[in-house]
Design a protein around this ligand. Structure first.
Ligand SMILES: NC(=O)C1=CN([C@@H]2O[C@H](COP(=O)(O)OP(=O)(O)OC[C@H]3O[C@@H](n4cnc5c(N)ncnc54)[C@H](O)[C@@H]3O)[C@@H](O)[C@H]2O)[C@H](O)CC1
Ligand SMILES: [K+]
Length: 507
């Protein structure tokens, strides 16, 4: 799914209206119907809505939604400032509401003294993607008042106060929604931690905007949706053998950190590599041979990996629990001098590179690094926010011709040619030591199976998050473990074969 800027979305609207021969009002009606349907499906037992309408088309959506819900028998209270100059479509929908007896429109000022029923849902239709400056004055006070209410809060298209494409200003006032019903596609600010936090759960509502525009309009920022995954995932061919699925080698571990090797190796095995090797210190030999019998053990030293003797044409995943012992550092850096094939680098291997930045240029082209924000900052320097961090990541991915899987909520896969894929699977239950080890194993395994580095990074991030979602479902976010995530990888492949592939394959 492409991510468009607010300007592009407006062009998308216009293109749709022109090519479908519909008016802005009809498009607004389509949007309102889609929202009303969601409310009925999700909150039919709640019968009261307080809808706050601005003067632009977001407000127009709000008036139209109010009319539709009222006609379905819901109790609806409208709040608006009728002294404002309304957009054409908003004015028409506001008039339609005024013409309905029983549908009251109160002033925003009345909200402060209004007694909202406990189960009233607060609907924010104040500002949408037309917001062009921070909200101040009476609107800011109104939003602060609404944020202090304990009621369920739903935003239409985007929480008021959030810019669609960029970071919020310091002290910005933004409506804090429990859910956001957004039209047709994700907006960039919904995908970054500082801004996405205001959106709650995102529900993308299809309002049938032009598919032709979507395919023609360029965007180098995308959301990894199941359409993309359906195009990447390669189901197994029965006429195959273990050689078909490549050789993966996990280079990891040091005394006391053998668990990281177990997690990375199991994740690699579960992701389908044909042959899987482990290069780890001897202190982990028994543990690894017992816990990962399918993987072959190569000793890299006593308590640390000090000897990078690698299986021929094997795909390497390096880093989990590796430690930064000077002997490990020396042998890893020496190894980099001769390594030519793309590899996957994580955790302590990245920390070793942070201490030796001159070696960054020795990372083989098309390799994949998987830093979390702190590892990224150690590698490339601090940034003031996640938008700036993404800009720096794009610069570095291009400069070093590598893929950067920037782990966050939401993880971003940055390509050497400036494209960004946002992952929308995964959850806070994965914020535990060991999750990153699993991701390293998954991506290494996919790369070993001849997925391109780009597809291994994209598919790996999605698969990792989806397995995390299944684990959270099974064990709760609090109790799930990275090993539970690994155990769910098989269920994700089953989901892919049952749900995703059939939908996306036009064989
Ligand atoms: N394809 C779609 O996504 C559709 C979207 N729809 C809805 O239309 C809005 C966008 O409408 P627009 O009129 O462009 O902007 P807003 O409703 O966000 O109103 C902005 C309005 O307010 C003024 N303004 C901007 N910033 C401020 C500020 N800080 N303080 C005060 N006033 C401000 C600005 O000048 C505008 O006049 C979209 O979000 C959807 O909800 C269509 O209904 C259907 C298709
Ligand atoms: K809104």
């Amino acid at each position: 799914m492409k991510i468009f800027t607010s300007d592009q979305i407006k062009k998308w609207d216009e293109f749709t209206m022109r090519s479908n021969g519909i008016s802005s009002l009809e498009l607004m009606e389509r949007a309102a119907h889609s929202c009303a349907k969601w409310f009925v499906q999700n909150y039919f037992e709640i019968n009261s809505f307080a809808i706050f309408c601005g003067a632009g088309n977001n407000g127009g959506d709000g008036f139209a939604i109010a009319r539709l819900l009222y006609k379905k028998g819901f109790e609806v209270i409208l709040f608006a400032d009728e002294s404002q100059v309304y957009s054409e479509s908003a004015a028409i929908n506001q008039k339609k509401c005024k013409d309905i007896s029983g549908l009251e429109i109160l002033k925003f000022e009345n909200a402060n003294n209004f007694i909202f029923k406990e189960n009233t849902i607060i609907v924010d239709a104040l500002f949408g993607i037309g917001l062009n400056r921070p909200i101040q004055g009476k609107f800011a006070h109104l939003i602060q008042f609404l944020n202090d209410l304990n009621h369920l809060k739903i935003s239409i298209d985007i929480p008021s106060g959030l810019m669609a494409d960029e970071m919020i200003a310091d002290q910005a006032v933004v409506f804090k929604a429990n859910d956001t019903l957004t039209f047709q596609s994700w907006k960039k600010s919904m995908l970054h931690p500082e801004t996405g936090i205001y959106c709650g759960n995102i529900h993308v509502r299809d309002i049938s905007l032009s598919e032709e525009f979507n395919s023609l309009e360029p965007s180098n920022e995308l959301v990894i949706d199941e359409k993309i995954i359906g195009e990447i995932y390669q189901p197994r061919n029965e006429f195959s053998h273990k050689g078909t699925y490549g050789k993966a080698t996990v280079v990891a571990g040091s005394y006391g950190k053998i668990g990281a090797v177990v997690l990375a190796t199991k994740a690699a095995l579960k992701s389908g590599s044909g042959l899987t090797f482990i290069l780890a210190p001897k202190c982990g030999y028994e543990i690894l041979q017992i816990s990962c019998p399918e993987a072959m053990f190569i000793s890299g030293g006593e308590n640390e990996v000090v000897n990078f003797s690698i299986e021929e044409n094997s795909t390497l995943g390096i880093g989990p629990g590796l430690g930064t012992h000077s002997d490990t550092e020396k042998s890893f850096l020496n190894f980099l001098k001769t390594c030519k094939n793309p590899l996957v680098i994580d955790a302590d291997a990245l920390n070793i590179l942070s201490k030796n930045p001159d070696y960054l240029k020795l990372i083989p082209k098309s390799s994949i690094i998987t830093p979390h924000p702190k590892e990224f900052a150690r590698l490339f320097g601090p940034t003031e926010n996640s938008f700036a961090r993404l800009d720096l990541a794009r610069e570095k991915a291009h400069e070093l011709q590598i893929y950067i899987v920037l782990k966050d909520h939401h993880t971003q896969v940055i390509t050497p040619d400036n494209r960004v894929f946002y992952n929308i699977t995964g959850n806070s239950g994965m914020a535990k030591g060991g999750s990153g080890d699993a991701l390293l194993g998954i991506i290494t395994s996919l790369l070993a199976q001849s997925y391109s580095p780009e597809n291994a990074a994209i598919f790996g991030a999605w698969l990792h998050g989806k397995a995390g979602d299944f684990a959270a479902e099974e064990f709760s976010k609090e109790a799930m473990l990275p090993s539970d995530l690994i155990d769910q990888i098989g269920n994700v492949f089953k989901y892919l074969n049952k749900k995703v592939l059939p939908k996306n394959r036009k064989d």
